[in-house]
Structure formats: structure tokens, C-alpha cells
Design a protein around this ligand. Sequence first.
Ligand SMILES: Nc1ncnc2c1ncn2[C@@H]1O[C@H](COP(=O)(O)OP(=O)(O)OP(=O)(O)O)[C@@H](O)[C@H]1O
Length: 603
Amino acid sequence: MSLWEIIRRLYPYVRPYRGLVFGTLLLTLVGSLAAQVNPFVLRYTVDTVQGLLNRNQGLAQGLPLLLAVSALLLGKEIINTSVQFGQKYYGEKIRINVSTQLSEDAVHKVLGYQLGFYADNGNQTGKLQTRIDRGVESLMKLVQNFFIDILPLFANAVVALVIMFFANVYVGLVAVAVLPVYFWLSYRQADRLNGSRRALRGLREAKSQGLVNLIDSAVVIKSFVREAYEEEKQTRLQQDLQAAQLETRKVNFRYDGLKTFTESIGVVLIIVLTAYLVLDRQISIGAIMFHILLFNNVSAPIRQLHRIYDEMNDALTYSEGFFDILDAADATEPTGALLPDHLRGTFELRHVDFTYPSGTQALHDVNITIEAGKTTALVGLSGAGKSTVINLLCKFYAPDRGALLLDGQPLADYNTHALRQQIGLVLQKNHIFKGTIEENIRYGVMDADLAQIQAAARQAYLHDQIMQLPKQYQSDAQQLSGGQQQRIAIARLFLKNPPIIFLDEPTASLDAIATEQIKNSLEAIKQGRTVVIISHSLAQIVDSDCIYVMQQGRAVESGTHEELYDQRGTYREIFDASARSLNIEKLARVMVDDGDDVADTAG
Ligand SMILES: Nc1ncnc2c1ncn2[C@@H]1O[C@H](COP(=O)(O)OP(=O)(O)OP(=O)(O)O)[C@@H](O)[C@H]1O
């Protein structure tokens, strides 16, 4: 991305603050003029004092001059301090406002993107955050540099150089002659630092990430006694970091030294030249200080040049990734115009093929009909494509080929948000937000009151357990056990009370008693609604109105439990394997024996 392109992209964000920009520019101009006052005052003072001395006059005659000069310099400093404050404050205000707007835009865009966007390699959790943070940070450094560094410093330099030329062309030429060397050194410095700085940043991130991972993996590390191994990995990182830090410092010190040397040569040349001109009676003695101070104003911004150049390079690098996020128009979730106020809930998949953005084809020519008001189960081995079907039904992804219909209309034609309002989704692993139990259940209906939340928690058999916690509904939801968290998701579903329900292993993390309780609650809510359930526990699906068996991305069998059982196909295989893994024969024998005992006792 070129600098011009960045400016073009930033313009709409800076535009609302044109007044501030104009004010800052005006202050910059005043500041750069004020910065030239010292050389003029010094030249005047030196020349006047020299004149007094030449006329054998002393302190008594010079006092009014000293008072006037002090008052002038004090006044100028007061103006300068106010100008600098205004310049920095307004510059920062523009920067902070623009940065807020950029971050808000990024979050808004990212939330509107389809799920596939997050699966992209550069957009995975953490990476996306880094891309946004770095993009905003580097762009803001550019804005900050422009208003707080580049503009004031370079305005000073240009004004000082113009004054030098006007005062004496030869001195002006000497000042200009030093600049290319200075520029070249700064460019070389920035160039050399560019690679090592990036390496340094990468290593710093790896190190902090490494520490976070250590804490996250503490249980596994300790259980496998891999402390020494992990420590060695960290030590290697630390050593690389140390080497990169030393290299950066070395480059910096070397170029800083060369630049100071060049600057000193410039100062010496100006002293020699101005002294010569004084002796030749072309300029006054005060002009020596005058030119040295002006030259200082010229070289000050160039001392900062390598840093500004560095940060500009960062902005060029990172803004590209950031604007890519804002521009990912094809990632925006598609939506249609159909606003379903009353859905019957018949879904049809006709010859559907689907491939994830990663390239895995998860569905091949799938034909499934999910009837309104009935319960349809999807069964199959791991990776068969069951969850993928639900992903398509929720419009998280669109099929590559084939038709996906809801109540006879293409699913794509429905307004995505309105459609999802009608769907309740409970997954195997449900997300629990940072916050209280109450807030987490309320996610189902944002304006629900506590009584409604408690009713939902009761249906999810969670209320009694919540009441035993020290802070009850105000407890931290992320501290709950896996099974309790799953019941929070089920409570959200009860609260939302949607006409269409998708359950993907809804009781996977629950104990046997809770599973039975939840099964009963779900049975109650299922009545009259369209339900799709995925479960590896056949007990959950045997009563379904229709069961689809999936195998390697294809729907290979369908029918009721009895029909499928009699077919002696894949379903029967899965069913028999489940029975064996449950050791049903032994369980049945125990139950029969138990029954006999009861019968004996009764007899
Ligand atoms: N987000 C994703 N990106 C890429 N590939 C995916 C994604 N989700 C699933 N897959 C792949 O798609 C295939 C079907 O996965 P899916 O989750 O639908 O299976 P499943 O039948 O629900 O399995 P399980 O019973 O283990 O949950 C698998 O090969 C899986 O690796």
C-alpha cells in the first residue's frame, strides 16, 4: 500500500475533524515562526552589546536592552508553550477520534462477516485481533507523526532554511549541503533497523505468547514432566531476543554517532564560514549565533527522520492487512429480502454439495427433508457431515451446488437475521461469555426479566444448582462446570423459545441424571416445533419421526428407527456397536436379576 493510498483511505476518517486539522495547521505555522525568534533576538542582542562595548558603554546603558530582551523571550516562550499545547492536544484529539472510528468500523465489519472469514488463516482468533490492533496503531502513529512531529518540525526547518538563505546565501548553501548526507544516513539507519525491528517484534510476541501458552498448558506440562523441555524452549527464545536487541542497539548507536558527527561538521562549517564573513565585514558578529541556532532548527527534524521513516514503513506494512479486513466485501454475510413472520419450518436439501473454505468437501449430493413440526435426527460417525448440515440450515455457509429450501423458498432469499431469530441452536460445546449466569442466560432474550430467566433455568434443571452458589445468579458463568455450562445454553434456548430448534449433541457433557432430566424438558419443548437433533447417544434419537444416517458427507439411509433397524445397513451397525459399547446384555441381565429379587421379596 502506498503512502498516497493510505492518505486517501484515511481522508474520510479525518474529514469530520477538518476544523481541528485547520486549527492545528495554523498553530503549526505560528509555532514555526515563534521557533525562529531566538536566533533573531540573539543576533540583535550580541550586535547591540558589541556596539555598546565599542562605544565604551557598560551595564547602565545595556540594562534596558536586557530587560526588553528578557520580556520578549519570556513572552515568546509563553506563546510557544500555549501553541505547543494546542498543537499536541488537537493533534492527539484528531488521532484518538480517528483511531476510535477505525476500530469501531473494524469491529462492525468483522461482526458482519460470514463464518468462513474467521477460518481464513490470517483471520483466526488472535491473528485477527493482532491485525486490527497493529493496523490501527500504525495508522495512528502516522497521523500522530504528521501532526505532532513531521508537520511542526519540518515547518520549522523550512522556515529556518528560508531565513538562512535570505540572511546569507552562502551560509544557506552550506546548511543545505549537509542535508543529503543526513538524509542518506537516516535512510540507511531505518533500512537496517527495519528487518531487525520486525524480527524483534516477532520474538517479543512469541515470547509473551509462549508464556501465555505455558500457563494454559500447565496441567499437560506437569503431567508429562516436561518442565525442563519447556524451559529450554523459552531460554532459546530469550537468547534470540537478546541477540536481536543487541543488534538493534548497535545499529542505532552507530548511525546516531554518524549523524551527530555530520551535524557537528555542519555546525563547524557554519562557524568557520560566518566567522570568515564577520572578519570580512560582510555580516555582524551576532550573525554567527544567528546561523548556528537556525541550523539547529534545520537539523532537529532530520535527527528524528529515521524514526519517522520507520513508523511510516510500519504504517505501509500493517495498514494493508487492516484495510483488507475493512474491504473484505465478499466476506459480508449475504442476506435476502424475505422477512419470515410465520415459518412452518420445512427444510429441503436437494443434491447439496458443500466445501469449507479450507478446501474440505464435507457434503456430497445430500438429499434431506426436514418436516415442519417434526423431529428429524442426524446420525453417523464422527466427521460424517452432520454439524455441517446444521451450519447450512443456519445460513452460516452457503452450499456450492444444489438447492436449499425453507417452506419452498430458497434459504438464501430469507433475511438472515430474521431467520436466525426463529432458530434456537444448542451445540456440544457452547460459548459462555465473560459475565454472570444471569447475563449469560439473558443472551437468549435481551430484555428478559429475572423471573423469566429463572423459569428458563428451572426448565434446564439448573436453577437449584445456581441457588446453591454463593452469589447465585450473579456468579461468574465461566466458573461453572462443563455440564452446567451446557445447561446455560439449554436455558438460553428455553428463554428464546423459537419455532425451529437445532440440537447438536445437546447433552454431551451431562451426567446420566441430568441427561434424563434435560431429555424430558426437551421432549416438552419439541412439541409442535421443527427439531433437528444430532446425537451419538441413540437413546436420544430412537423416538425421532425421521432419522437420516450420514456417512462420509452423504445421506445414505433414512426412515424411522424400526425401519432402519430392519434394513441391516449402516444404522444397524452403529446401533449394534452402541449396544455393545454400553454392554447392554450385562446391564439387561442385572436389571432382570434385580427384578427377580424384587419379585422374590414380594413373593
Ligand atoms: N470449520 C471447518 N472448516 C473446515 N473443515 C471443517 C470445518 N468443520 C468441519 N469440517 C470438516 O468437515 C467434515 C464434516 O465435519 P462435521 O463437523 O460436519 O462432522 P460431524 O458429522 O458433525 O462430526 P462429529 O460427530 O464429530 O461432530 C469433517 O471432515 C471436518 O473435518
